[in-house]
Write a new protein. Structure first.
Length: 285
């Protein structure tokens, strides 16, 4: 976000020695009182003037509830504030979904967070959790996105799915939907599908990168979800391809790269983040 010209105030929801893709990690989880205290400090100095709020990985229900309170307060003073929420709860491995945060976060996301969000970026498993509906076909996915729109957000992007890609098994499908209410009250919905090449490795942090870049590119292209998603997904591809190439070199011939070698090559990808060459095109549905 900073590379793309945004001024960012960062509050860590957790302070860990490293991400949880490693065998071990140490550190602290911020609680709601500590978050509130930090926000009070910003407020006392009258520097709590924001255009966007972006949230991701959280492990604590009271922390999440406090985020909602803060977002609502910020929206009262800036009605144009956009809240981008990555509802990080879990994922699918070999077709089976499982949560990697406490299960009591789900009702908070569903009943409190999603209704105040403007843009959400769940993966397929998270979209299913939020709506209580399984996705087997693209039609199911579009209906699930409509259900999510009905809960509040104008923009819904299912960042990854196990749907069959028209281009074949080596591709991963992402779907986006933007619903706008025109001045006369009529609603228009723009829907897109993107197919990006699968990369055979487990990366950590791709969801965070996706949500941050979607925020940036929807800001720059507010009424064009197609272009915003093409730039987001293309930049992702550049970062992942550079990461896997570098990881394989470090691991050596025939060895599987480890977590440290698979750390996303963000700094090395600065130019691709600033101005991504479009290598993944979106299909308008």
């Amino acid at each position: 976000l900073q590379v793309l010209g945004f001024e960012v105030d960062t509050v860590n929801s957790v302070q860990f020695s490293n991400h949880t893709g490693y065998a071990h990690w140490k550190g602290q989880v911020l609680n709601s009182d500590e978050l509130h205290e930090l926000y009070e400090g910003l407020k006392l100095n009258k520097v709590n003037q924001y255009d966007y709020v972006l949230t991701g990985y959280t492990r604590d229900t009271s922390f999440l509830a406090m985020v909602v309170d803060i977002v609502q307060e910020l929206k009262q003073q800036n009605s144009n504030l956009v809240y981008v929420c990555d509802p990080v709860m879990g994922d699918k491995w070999n077709g089976e979904g499982s949560m990697y945060v406490p299960e009591d976060l789900l009702p908070v996301y569903r009943d409190k967070v999603v209704p105040v969000a403007d843009i959400i970026t769940p993966n397929q498993f998270e979209a299913e959790l939020l709506t209580g509906r399984k996705i087997y076909t693209e039609k199911d996915a579009l209906e699930v996105m409509d259900m999510l729109h009905a809960m509040g957000p104008e923009t819904v992007v299912i960042t990854s799915s196990d749907l069959q890609a028209p281009l074949g098994n080596d591709y991963l499908i992402a779907l986006g939907s933007h619903r706008k209410t025109k001045a006369d009250g009529t609603r228009i919905t723009q829907r897109i599908r993107m197919e990006s090449p699968k990369v055979d490795a487990v990366f950590v942090g791709t969801g965070d990168l996706f949500a941050a870049m979607l925020l940036a590119w929807t800001h720059k292209h507010p009424n064009n979800l197609k272009v915003a998603c093409e730039k987001t997904v293309s930049a992702m591809q550049h970062v992942l391809q550079r990461t896997i190439k570098s990881a394989k070199v470090q691991a050596g011939e025939g060895n599987k790269p480890n977590s440290a070698q698979l750390e996303l090559r963000m700094v090395q990808s600065k130019k691709d983040i600033e101005n991504p060459e479009i290598i993944v095109k979106a299909t308008v549905l």
